[in-house]
Design a protein around this ligand. Structure first.
Ligand code: PMT
Length: 401
């Protein structure tokens, strides 16, 4: 199944930092995501991890020496630069960043950067004082001005024992940054897409809530897919336990009413709203201030209707709803498209284990306002997100940005 990195050519530059060990994991995750990964190591990097480690993972030649005549690099030293869809340097030391800023080309990695027109992503890793040094900050700023993506660093415990800014981002976060950088000039560049996710929680008392089985996976995948096509992705999410997707603006909420307020705020000026959240239709009319004691045999909770967020969110933007159905999928979804006057509804069959709540895959039917029906095969939720965004793109009026 295809993802944002499938068949993409990634040149992974690794420089001499204790964080180089994380680059092995990054290479592995890139390969698992379907990327073709060519690793270039500086001399410093080879002092921390071996070329064999990368070779074993990528099954491709690892470049360490500009003048090794047995290597493809020595014979045609710009080949990797031309082949690259993206050049990623992770970890990038303070020395490497300084060399990039002045445009040096004194090793295979910096030579490749200078020779490549592919997007460049630099993930710094260094001690906090080195990161804070004005020279480093100036160099990073210079790279940013040139359109280079600077991913991280993160705060935390550093190899020196100091706590501060300088940790390499985790490989899973770097994957998000790489996907976003690859897609930054995509067909949704300049657009704002608001996505809702998760199951709202309606408090009964300070301990208990009414909720549902939504894991948030569908909404999160949609937001990532929008990000990977260049959009500003805003994710209004009920509690899910999922990590925040990198470079997605996350707006956490708990209840349907909080989600309604957040969506209303975020859709102002947005291009599309996609409601993948499973929003409670009813909430306790009033939540008890204290924990309800187990006294009587029966407990009755009065419920009040929540705001229909999708129905009330109207404006100059594309409106997409979901319909989670356990029977009469197309008929029930068609009814919702009409009643809520939607541009598109995603009818979600929740009867199979591989579709609907909690699964990594989904089986959906798209129904537009003309009631045209398109049945999609079983796809990953990310792929479903891409197919929905194809439709959103076609529905958007030409961008004035
Ligand atoms: O989160 P996952 O585990 O990945 O599961 C994904 C999903 C099954 C939750 C998702 O694909 C899905 O189908 N979401 C919509 C579920 C739902 O609540 O459907 P509905 O038929 O009850 O609501 C119809 C539409 O109105 C939905 O877009 C819903 O977000 C919206 N709605 C509903 C109630 C309400 N008060 N306000 C709303 O905006």
């Amino acid at each position: 199944m295809a993802g944002p990195l499938t068949d993409r050519h990634v040149v992974l530059g690794v420089t001499g930092s204790i964080a180089s060990f994380k680059a092995v994991d990054l290479a592995s995750k890139l390969v698992q995501a379907g990327a073709l990964v060519d690793v270039i190591m500086t001399y410093g990097a080879t002092q921390f991890v071996t070329p064999l480690a990368f070779r074993s993972i990528t099954h491709r030649e690892v470049v360490t020496d500009t003048y090794d005549v047995s290597s493809e690099f020595a014979n045609e030293h710009v080949a990797l630069a031309r082949r690259a869809d993206i050049v990623v340097i992770a970890p990038a030391t303070v020395n490497c960043i300084a060399k990039l800023a002045v445009g040096l080309a004194d090793d295979p990695l910096t030579t490749t950067v200078i020779a490549s027109s592919a997007p460049l992503l630099v993930a710094p890793a260094m001690d906090a004082d080195m990161y804070a040094h004005p020279a480093t900050q100036e160099n990073l700023e210079k790279l940013r001005q040139r359109g280079v993506t600077i991913a991280g660093p993160a705060p935390g415990r550093l190899a020196s024992g100091l706590i501060g800014m300088g940790r390499l981002l985790e490989p899973v976060d770097l994957l998000g940054h790489i996907s976003a950088t690859l897609g930054r000039t995509g067909d949704l560049a300049g657009r704002t897409i608001v996505v809702s996710a998760g199951g709202t929680q309606e408090p009964i008392d300070p301990v208990r809530v009414i909720t549902n089985h939504s894991s948030g996976k569908m909404g999160y995948a949609l937001a990532e897919a929008a990000r990977d096509r260049g959009a500003r992705a805003v994710l209004v999410t009920a509690p899910t336990g999922l990590p925040d997707p990198p470079l997605v603006e996350v707006v956490p909420v708990q209840t349907a009413e909080q989600m309604a307020d957040a969506v209303k705020r975020e859709v102002a000026g947005a291009d599309a709203l996609i409601m993948a959240a499973a929003v409670a239709d009813y909430r306790p009319a009033s939540a008890a201030d204290q924990k309800i004691k187990k006294s009587d045999d029966e407990l009755t909770i009065e419920l009040a209707k929540t705001t229909d967020i999708l129905d009330t969110a109207r404006g100059d933007f594309v409106r997409v709803g979901f319909a989670a159905e356990s029977e009469n999928l197309v008929a029930n979804a068609t009814d919702k498209v009409r009643r809520k006057s939607l541009d598109l509804i995603v009818a979600n069959d929740i009867t199979d284990a591989d579709s609907g709540f909690g699964s990594d895959t989904n089986r959906v039917v798209l129904i537009d306002r003309e009631l045209q029906v398109e049945e999609l095969p079983l796809l990953t939720k990310y792929e479903v997100g891409q197919r929905i965004l194809d439709r959103v793109r076609d529905l958007l009026s030409p961008s004035t940005t």
